[in-house]
Design a protein around this ligand. Sequence first.
Ligand SMILES: C[S@@+](CC[C@H](N)C(=O)[O-])C[C@H]1O[C@@H](n2cnc3c(N)ncnc32)[C@H](O)[C@@H]1O
Length: 230
Amino acid sequence: MTQAAPAYGTWHADPDREAAMEASHRPLWRHFIQSIPETDLATRVILDFGCNRGGFLRLLHALKPFRRGIGIDIARDSIAAARTLAGSMPLDFEVATDLGPWRGQVDLAFSYEVIYLLPDLATHAAQMHQVLRDGGVYYAVTGCHTHCPLWPAWRTLIGDTTNAPVQDRAPEEYADTFARAGFDVSVRKFGFDGFVPAHKDRRYYPRLTDALDYPAEHKLLFRLEKQGGA
Ligand SMILES: C[S@@+](CC[C@H](N)C(=O)[O-])C[C@H]1O[C@@H](n2cnc3c(N)ncnc32)[C@H](O)[C@@H]1O
């Protein structure tokens, strides 16, 4: 039984935007998956924190098949959709934010644009440290930080259209919080260099170059390795 979470139906206030987000994130997830050095996941247990409709885990399983995947989110309707969309893949989805039930079970964890939404990042970092096996790695991506030039506008745009409060954090705060929880912390630019739609929402990307620079330059990929392992 998972601890009660401040759950809601969908993260977006407009439920239709949940599926649209999945489609728009898919090329970025593909780049994310190709960016990590791990290739053979056949024996691994994978966690996706803030999985929404489970699309990242389905894509990861298609590209790098794994033994078992666990998807966690506080969006009830999105988790229900994730269960339906999983088909026969070895995926379990739960409405939760507390990772206590999965202590010591996970080899590799991911989150894509979730950590900027967590009011208590220190508790999340501590729980991630507990769910990972020794030597386990957590890859966490976010471009939502105070050093991103788009962030002042985005924090209002995102805050006004979604159901979880956004947090203001500098990249150093993410790094320091995970280091204090016992992770070796390294980071790279996300570095997405593929085609982006030329007509992305101009409220988020006033200039065409913003749509290119954000996923290439400002989005960060943290590699958080549990200390004490191989
Ligand atoms: C920007 S969306 C990203 C979803 C997904 N990772 C993707 O790449 O499309 C953020 C997700 O984090 C989830 N989330 C926010 N706060 C959370 C929390 N405290 N615990 C678990 N999930 C949370 C939201 O419900 C939402 O599904």
